[in-house]
Design a binder for this molecule. Structure first.
Ligand code: THU
Length: 132
């Protein structure tokens, strides 16, 4: 796996493109595929607030659109007091692609890496769609 710093750095760069005129809260994310490629994303807001897309989902969807399906890790960064945690919706998307490691960071350099099981215990998965 690439060094966590590299993933956080890519997320930090992507954060500069955040389109957040409503919340003014800029977020960046970067995901590493098993092939070692990094895809990054930022949050993209909308005047119809419910359509706002988080940085993590932008990064993951960009990677999937490029043909990726398997990932090693994702990093998220924002200007938060502590490491920035992903929202519930993004945790669900992270779980969909079974991304095993989630690194949360902030602009001060605080960072913490947790596992998927830690960040989304009892998550809903495709297994639940199997009829008994
Ligand atoms: N946001 C993200 O990009 N990722 C998260 O995990 C939490 C929230 C964005 C959505 C919205 O544009 C802004 O941060 C404020 O909620």
């Amino acid at each position: 796996m690439k060094h966590t710093d590299e993933l956080l750095q890519a997320a930090r760069r992507a954060r500069q493109n955040a389109y957040a005129p409503y919340s003014k809260f800029a977020v960046g994310a970067a995901v590493e595929s098993v092939s070692g490629k990094i895809y990054s994303g930022c949050n993209v807001e909308n005047a119809a607030y419910g359509l706002c897309n988080c940085a993590e989902r932008t990064a993951i969807f960009t990677a999937v659109a490029a043909g990726e399906r398997q990932f090693k890790a994702i990093a998220i960064i924002a200007d938060t007091p502590g490491p920035c945690p992903p929202c519930g919706a993004c945790r669900q998307v992270i779980a969909e692609f079974k991304i095993p490691l989630i690194t949360m960071g902030n602009l001060n350099g605080d960072c913490q890496t947790v596992s998927l099981a830690e960040i989304l215990p009892y998550g809903f998965t495709a297994d639940e769609l199997e009829k008994t």
